[in-house]
Design a protein around this ligand. Structure first.
Ligand code: SAM
Length: 315
Protein backbone atom coordinates (compact mmCIF):
# COMPACT_ATOMS: atom_id res chain seq x y z
CA UNK A 1 0.00 0.00 0.00
CA UNK A 2 1.74 3.19 -1.09
CA UNK A 3 1.60 6.18 1.23
CA UNK A 4 0.44 8.19 -1.82
CA UNK A 5 -2.66 6.06 -2.03
CA UNK A 6 -3.19 6.48 1.71
CA UNK A 7 -2.83 10.29 1.39
CA UNK A 8 -5.21 10.34 -1.59
CA UNK A 9 -7.86 8.25 0.20
CA UNK A 10 -7.61 10.29 3.40
CA UNK A 11 -7.93 13.58 1.48
CA UNK A 12 -10.94 12.25 -0.41
CA UNK A 13 -12.57 10.84 2.74
CA UNK A 14 -12.13 13.95 4.87
CA UNK A 15 -13.36 16.19 2.02
CA UNK A 16 -16.59 14.17 1.58
CA UNK A 17 -19.95 14.79 3.19
CA UNK A 18 -20.31 12.89 5.44
CA UNK A 19 -16.61 12.47 6.21
CA UNK A 20 -15.29 8.92 6.07
CA UNK A 21 -12.09 6.90 6.42
CA UNK A 22 -11.48 3.41 5.07
CA UNK A 23 -11.26 0.65 7.66
CA UNK A 24 -8.60 -1.09 5.54
CA UNK A 25 -6.18 1.49 7.00
CA UNK A 26 -6.85 0.32 10.58
CA UNK A 27 -4.12 -2.29 10.27
CA UNK A 28 -0.72 -0.70 10.88
CA UNK A 29 1.57 -2.41 13.46
CA UNK A 30 -0.38 -0.88 16.37
CA UNK A 31 -3.74 -1.60 14.69
CA UNK A 32 -2.75 -5.28 14.26
CA UNK A 33 -2.02 -5.42 18.01
CA UNK A 34 -5.35 -3.83 18.91
CA UNK A 35 -7.21 -6.24 16.67
CA UNK A 36 -5.49 -9.18 18.35
CA UNK A 37 -6.69 -7.77 21.71
CA UNK A 38 -10.22 -7.31 20.33
CA UNK A 39 -10.34 -10.98 19.38
CA UNK A 40 -9.69 -11.88 23.04
CA UNK A 41 -12.43 -9.66 24.47
CA UNK A 42 -15.39 -11.26 26.27
CA UNK A 43 -17.80 -9.16 24.19
CA UNK A 44 -16.22 -10.04 20.84
CA UNK A 45 -17.86 -13.44 20.26
CA UNK A 46 -17.04 -13.65 16.54
CA UNK A 47 -13.54 -15.14 16.75
CA UNK A 48 -14.50 -17.73 19.37
CA UNK A 49 -17.59 -18.74 17.38
CA UNK A 50 -15.63 -19.27 14.16
CA UNK A 51 -12.87 -21.13 16.02
CA UNK A 52 -15.57 -23.33 17.53
CA UNK A 53 -16.71 -24.27 14.01
CA UNK A 54 -13.15 -25.21 13.05
CA UNK A 55 -12.66 -27.16 16.28
CA UNK A 56 -15.85 -29.15 16.10
CA UNK A 57 -16.12 -29.69 12.35
CA UNK A 58 -12.56 -30.04 11.11
CA UNK A 59 -13.03 -33.57 9.79
CA UNK A 60 -16.14 -32.52 7.88
CA UNK A 61 -14.12 -29.70 6.29
CA UNK A 62 -11.27 -32.05 5.40
CA UNK A 63 -13.69 -34.52 3.81
CA UNK A 64 -15.04 -31.74 1.60
CA UNK A 65 -11.67 -30.23 0.69
CA UNK A 66 -9.64 -33.34 -0.12
CA UNK A 67 -12.33 -35.27 -1.97
CA UNK A 68 -10.41 -34.52 -5.19
CA UNK A 69 -6.90 -35.12 -3.75
CA UNK A 70 -4.37 -32.33 -3.15
CA UNK A 71 -5.68 -28.84 -2.43
CA UNK A 72 -4.48 -25.32 -1.71
CA UNK A 73 -5.97 -22.92 0.84
CA UNK A 74 -5.72 -19.24 -0.15
CA UNK A 75 -6.66 -17.08 2.79
CA UNK A 76 -7.64 -13.50 1.91
CA UNK A 77 -6.96 -11.02 4.75
CA UNK A 78 -5.40 -13.76 6.89
CA UNK A 79 -4.47 -11.54 9.87
CA UNK A 80 -2.69 -13.60 12.52
CA UNK A 81 -4.17 -16.81 11.07
CA UNK A 82 -4.95 -18.07 14.57
CA UNK A 83 -8.18 -19.92 13.66
CA UNK A 84 -6.75 -21.28 10.42
CA UNK A 85 -3.69 -22.57 12.25
CA UNK A 86 -5.93 -24.86 14.25
CA UNK A 87 -7.40 -26.31 11.06
CA UNK A 88 -4.06 -26.66 9.27
CA UNK A 89 -2.59 -28.57 12.21
CA UNK A 90 -5.50 -30.94 12.10
CA UNK A 91 -5.06 -31.42 8.34
CA UNK A 92 -1.33 -32.09 8.78
CA UNK A 93 -1.95 -34.60 11.55
CA UNK A 94 -4.32 -36.41 9.21
CA UNK A 95 -1.63 -36.52 6.50
CA UNK A 96 -3.61 -34.33 4.04
CA UNK A 97 -1.79 -33.12 0.91
CA UNK A 98 -2.24 -29.33 0.89
CA UNK A 99 -0.48 -25.97 0.73
CA UNK A 100 -1.34 -22.64 2.33
CA UNK A 101 -1.17 -19.17 0.81
CA UNK A 102 -2.06 -16.40 3.27
CA UNK A 103 -2.65 -12.94 1.74
CA UNK A 104 -2.69 -9.73 3.77
CA UNK A 105 -2.26 -6.03 3.17
CA UNK A 106 -0.22 -5.80 6.37
CA UNK A 107 3.30 -7.13 5.70
CA UNK A 108 3.83 -6.89 9.45
CA UNK A 109 1.04 -9.28 10.44
CA UNK A 110 1.92 -11.61 7.57
CA UNK A 111 5.51 -11.96 8.78
CA UNK A 112 4.26 -12.74 12.30
CA UNK A 113 1.89 -15.34 10.87
CA UNK A 114 4.67 -16.93 8.79
CA UNK A 115 7.01 -17.29 11.78
CA UNK A 116 4.27 -18.53 14.03
CA UNK A 117 2.95 -21.14 11.58
CA UNK A 118 6.42 -22.50 10.80
CA UNK A 119 7.32 -22.68 14.49
CA UNK A 120 4.43 -25.05 15.07
CA UNK A 121 4.40 -26.72 11.63
CA UNK A 122 7.97 -26.66 10.25
CA UNK A 123 7.01 -28.77 7.22
CA UNK A 124 4.00 -26.64 6.23
CA UNK A 125 4.04 -25.84 2.51
CA UNK A 126 3.39 -22.09 2.72
CA UNK A 127 3.56 -19.17 0.26
CA UNK A 128 2.59 -15.87 1.93
CA UNK A 129 1.69 -12.96 -0.32
CA UNK A 130 1.65 -9.33 0.91
CA UNK A 131 -0.83 -7.21 -0.99
CA UNK A 132 -4.31 -5.80 -1.37
CA UNK A 133 -6.68 -8.65 -2.11
CA UNK A 134 -8.57 -6.49 -4.58
CA UNK A 135 -5.39 -6.26 -6.63
CA UNK A 136 -3.62 -9.60 -6.24
CA UNK A 137 -6.39 -12.07 -7.13
CA UNK A 138 -5.01 -12.69 -10.62
CA UNK A 139 -1.46 -13.18 -9.20
CA UNK A 140 -2.77 -16.12 -7.23
CA UNK A 141 -2.90 -18.32 -10.36
CA UNK A 142 -5.90 -20.35 -9.31
CA UNK A 143 -5.91 -22.16 -12.67
CA UNK A 144 -2.46 -23.73 -12.05
CA UNK A 145 -3.44 -25.51 -8.87
CA UNK A 146 -5.45 -28.66 -8.29
CA UNK A 147 -8.27 -27.60 -6.04
CA UNK A 148 -8.31 -24.13 -4.46
CA UNK A 149 -10.23 -23.29 -1.35
CA UNK A 150 -10.39 -19.52 -0.90
CA UNK A 151 -10.93 -18.54 2.74
CA UNK A 152 -12.51 -15.23 3.68
CA UNK A 153 -13.01 -15.48 7.42
CA UNK A 154 -13.99 -13.37 10.40
CA UNK A 155 -17.10 -11.93 8.73
CA UNK A 156 -14.78 -9.56 6.83
CA UNK A 157 -17.38 -9.53 4.05
CA UNK A 158 -19.61 -7.61 6.49
CA UNK A 159 -17.16 -4.69 6.22
CA UNK A 160 -17.99 -4.23 2.52
CA UNK A 161 -20.73 -2.06 1.06
CA UNK A 162 -23.16 -4.31 -0.86
CA UNK A 163 -21.95 -3.22 -4.32
CA UNK A 164 -18.31 -3.77 -3.30
CA UNK A 165 -19.15 -7.16 -1.77
CA UNK A 166 -20.74 -8.20 -5.06
CA UNK A 167 -17.79 -6.96 -7.11
CA UNK A 168 -15.27 -8.64 -4.82
CA UNK A 169 -17.06 -12.00 -4.63
CA UNK A 170 -17.69 -11.97 -8.38
CA UNK A 171 -14.02 -11.39 -9.05
CA UNK A 172 -13.09 -14.27 -6.71
CA UNK A 173 -15.60 -16.41 -8.65
CA UNK A 174 -14.08 -15.42 -12.00
CA UNK A 175 -10.60 -16.36 -10.79
CA UNK A 176 -11.59 -19.73 -9.31
CA UNK A 177 -12.23 -22.75 -11.51
CA UNK A 178 -14.94 -25.39 -11.45
CA UNK A 179 -14.50 -27.64 -8.43
CA UNK A 180 -12.90 -24.88 -6.30
CA UNK A 181 -14.59 -23.61 -3.13
CA UNK A 182 -14.94 -20.39 -1.24
CA UNK A 183 -15.30 -20.70 2.52
CA UNK A 184 -16.73 -17.46 3.80
CA UNK A 185 -17.56 -16.43 7.38
CA UNK A 186 -20.77 -14.52 8.14
CA UNK A 187 -21.80 -13.08 11.48
CA UNK A 188 -25.51 -13.85 11.88
CA UNK A 189 -28.32 -11.51 12.96
CA UNK A 190 -28.95 -11.87 16.68
CA UNK A 191 -29.85 -9.86 19.81
CA UNK A 192 -28.94 -6.26 18.84
CA UNK A 193 -27.54 -5.64 22.33
CA UNK A 194 -25.08 -8.47 21.94
CA UNK A 195 -23.97 -7.16 18.53
CA UNK A 196 -23.53 -3.61 19.73
CA UNK A 197 -21.45 -4.55 22.74
CA UNK A 198 -19.04 -6.48 20.47
CA UNK A 199 -18.17 -3.10 18.88
CA UNK A 200 -18.37 -1.06 22.08
CA UNK A 201 -16.40 -3.12 24.58
CA UNK A 202 -16.12 -2.15 28.24
CA UNK A 203 -12.30 -1.93 28.15
CA UNK A 204 -12.34 0.61 25.30
CA UNK A 205 -10.09 -1.46 23.01
CA UNK A 206 -12.38 -0.96 19.99
CA UNK A 207 -12.37 2.77 20.66
CA UNK A 208 -8.55 2.78 20.77
CA UNK A 209 -8.51 0.69 17.56
CA UNK A 210 -10.61 3.32 15.76
CA UNK A 211 -8.69 6.28 17.21
CA UNK A 212 -5.46 4.61 16.14
CA UNK A 213 -6.30 5.48 12.54
CA UNK A 214 -6.23 9.18 13.47
CA UNK A 215 -2.87 8.52 15.10
CA UNK A 216 -1.66 6.85 11.92
CA UNK A 217 -2.73 9.89 9.92
CA UNK A 218 -0.82 12.12 12.37
CA UNK A 219 2.29 9.98 12.02
CA UNK A 220 2.26 9.22 8.30
CA UNK A 221 0.64 12.38 6.93
CA UNK A 222 1.87 14.96 9.46
CA UNK A 223 -1.55 15.48 11.02
CA UNK A 224 -2.50 17.14 14.29
CA UNK A 225 -5.62 15.18 15.28
CA UNK A 226 -6.20 15.39 19.06
CA UNK A 227 -7.29 11.93 20.24
CA UNK A 228 -9.36 13.21 23.15
CA UNK A 229 -11.31 15.55 20.85
CA UNK A 230 -13.09 12.53 19.28
CA UNK A 231 -15.41 9.89 20.67
CA UNK A 232 -16.17 6.40 19.38
CA UNK A 233 -19.84 5.86 18.55
CA UNK A 234 -21.06 2.51 17.11
CA UNK A 235 -24.76 1.97 16.29
CA UNK A 236 -26.67 -1.14 15.21
CA UNK A 237 -29.66 -1.00 12.87
CA UNK A 238 -31.69 -4.24 13.08
CA UNK A 239 -33.55 -3.32 9.86
CA UNK A 240 -30.43 -3.53 7.70
CA UNK A 241 -28.28 -5.69 10.01
CA UNK A 242 -25.59 -3.02 9.80
CA UNK A 243 -23.43 -2.09 12.75
CA UNK A 244 -21.75 1.20 11.83
CA UNK A 245 -18.88 2.85 13.70
CA UNK A 246 -18.25 6.57 13.78
CA UNK A 247 -15.66 8.82 15.38
CA UNK A 248 -17.40 12.02 16.44
CA UNK A 249 -15.75 15.43 16.86
CA UNK A 250 -16.71 16.66 20.33
CA UNK A 251 -16.17 20.33 19.45
CA UNK A 252 -15.67 22.50 16.36
CA UNK A 253 -12.07 22.16 15.24
CA UNK A 254 -9.64 22.30 12.39
CA UNK A 255 -7.18 19.50 11.60
CA UNK A 256 -4.13 20.21 9.47
CA UNK A 257 -2.26 17.52 7.49
CA UNK A 258 1.17 18.84 6.54
CA UNK A 259 1.81 16.16 3.87
CA UNK A 260 -1.27 17.39 2.00
CA UNK A 261 -0.80 21.00 3.11
CA UNK A 262 -4.52 21.02 3.71
CA UNK A 263 -6.79 21.78 6.65
CA UNK A 264 -10.11 20.04 7.34
CA UNK A 265 -12.91 21.68 9.32
CA UNK A 266 -15.05 19.75 11.78
CA UNK A 267 -18.33 21.04 13.17
CA UNK A 268 -19.28 20.11 16.74
CA UNK A 269 -20.59 16.50 16.82
CA UNK A 270 -19.67 15.90 13.20
CA UNK A 271 -19.10 12.17 12.52
CA UNK A 272 -16.38 10.41 10.53
CA UNK A 273 -17.83 7.15 9.19
CA UNK A 274 -15.22 4.48 9.94
CA UNK A 275 -16.63 1.02 9.33
CA UNK A 276 -19.70 -1.09 8.65
CA UNK A 277 -20.02 -4.63 10.01
CA UNK A 278 -23.10 -6.14 8.42
CA UNK A 279 -24.89 -9.09 9.99
CA UNK A 280 -26.64 -11.59 7.70
CA UNK A 281 -29.47 -14.10 7.76
CA UNK A 282 -29.35 -17.33 5.77
CA UNK A 283 -31.63 -16.00 3.01
CA UNK A 284 -29.30 -13.06 2.39
CA UNK A 285 -26.30 -15.42 2.27
CA UNK A 286 -28.04 -17.57 -0.31
CA UNK A 287 -28.93 -14.51 -2.41
CA UNK A 288 -25.36 -13.20 -2.27
CA UNK A 289 -23.97 -16.56 -3.41
CA UNK A 290 -26.44 -16.74 -6.33
CA UNK A 291 -25.81 -13.18 -7.37
CA UNK A 292 -22.05 -13.75 -7.60
CA UNK A 293 -22.02 -17.06 -9.48
CA UNK A 294 -21.78 -19.49 -6.56
CA UNK A 295 -24.02 -22.13 -4.96
CA UNK A 296 -24.11 -22.69 -1.19
CA UNK A 297 -22.82 -26.21 -0.65
CA UNK A 298 -23.02 -26.25 3.12
CA UNK A 299 -23.44 -23.90 6.08
CA UNK A 300 -21.54 -24.85 9.22
CA UNK A 301 -22.59 -23.27 12.54
CA UNK A 302 -20.92 -22.83 15.92
CA UNK A 303 -22.58 -24.48 18.90
CA UNK A 304 -24.51 -21.30 19.82
CA UNK A 305 -25.61 -20.51 16.22
CA UNK A 306 -24.00 -17.05 16.35
CA UNK A 307 -21.93 -17.41 13.20
CA UNK A 308 -21.76 -19.47 10.03
CA UNK A 309 -18.93 -20.55 7.77
CA UNK A 310 -20.66 -20.95 4.44
CA UNK A 311 -18.99 -23.17 1.85
CA UNK A 312 -19.71 -22.06 -1.69
CA UNK A 313 -18.91 -23.79 -4.95
CA UNK A 314 -18.45 -22.21 -8.33
CA UNK A 315 -21.54 -22.78 -10.49
C1 SAM B 1 -10.53 -8.08 10.79
S1 SAM B 1 -8.98 -8.75 10.41
C2 SAM B 1 -9.44 -10.45 10.30
C3 SAM B 1 -8.31 -11.38 10.24
C4 SAM B 1 -8.70 -12.83 10.02
N1 SAM B 1 -9.31 -13.03 8.70
C5 SAM B 1 -9.65 -13.32 11.07
O1 SAM B 1 -10.76 -13.71 10.74
O2 SAM B 1 -9.25 -13.32 12.25
C6 SAM B 1 -8.81 -8.25 8.76
C7 SAM B 1 -7.47 -8.57 8.12
O3 SAM B 1 -7.60 -8.27 6.72
C8 SAM B 1 -6.49 -7.49 6.30
N2 SAM B 1 -6.98 -6.63 5.22
C9 SAM B 1 -7.86 -5.61 5.30
N3 SAM B 1 -8.08 -5.07 4.08
C10 SAM B 1 -7.33 -5.79 3.20
C11 SAM B 1 -7.12 -5.73 1.80
N4 SAM B 1 -7.75 -4.83 1.05
N5 SAM B 1 -6.28 -6.62 1.25
C12 SAM B 1 -5.63 -7.55 2.00
N6 SAM B 1 -5.79 -7.65 3.34
C13 SAM B 1 -6.62 -6.79 3.94
C14 SAM B 1 -6.04 -6.72 7.52
O4 SAM B 1 -4.67 -6.37 7.46
C15 SAM B 1 -6.34 -7.72 8.65
O5 SAM B 1 -5.21 -8.53 8.93
Amino acid sequence: MSSNQFAKDVREGLSSTPKRLSSKYFYDAQGDKYFQQIMQLDEYYLTRAELNIFQTQSQQLLDLFDSGGAFRIVELGAGDGMKTKFLLKYFQDKGADFSYCPVDISANVLEELRKNMLEEMPTLNMEPLAGDYFQVLSDLKFQNHKRNIAFFLGSNIGNFRRDLAIDFLSSIQRNLKTGDFLLIGFDLKKDPKRILSAYNDSKGVTKAFNLNLLNRINRELGGNFQMDAFDHNPIYDPMTGECRSYLIAKSPQQVYLSTLDEAFEFKAWEPIYMEVSKKYDLGEIDDLAKETGFRVKKNLFDSDDLFTDSIWEVV
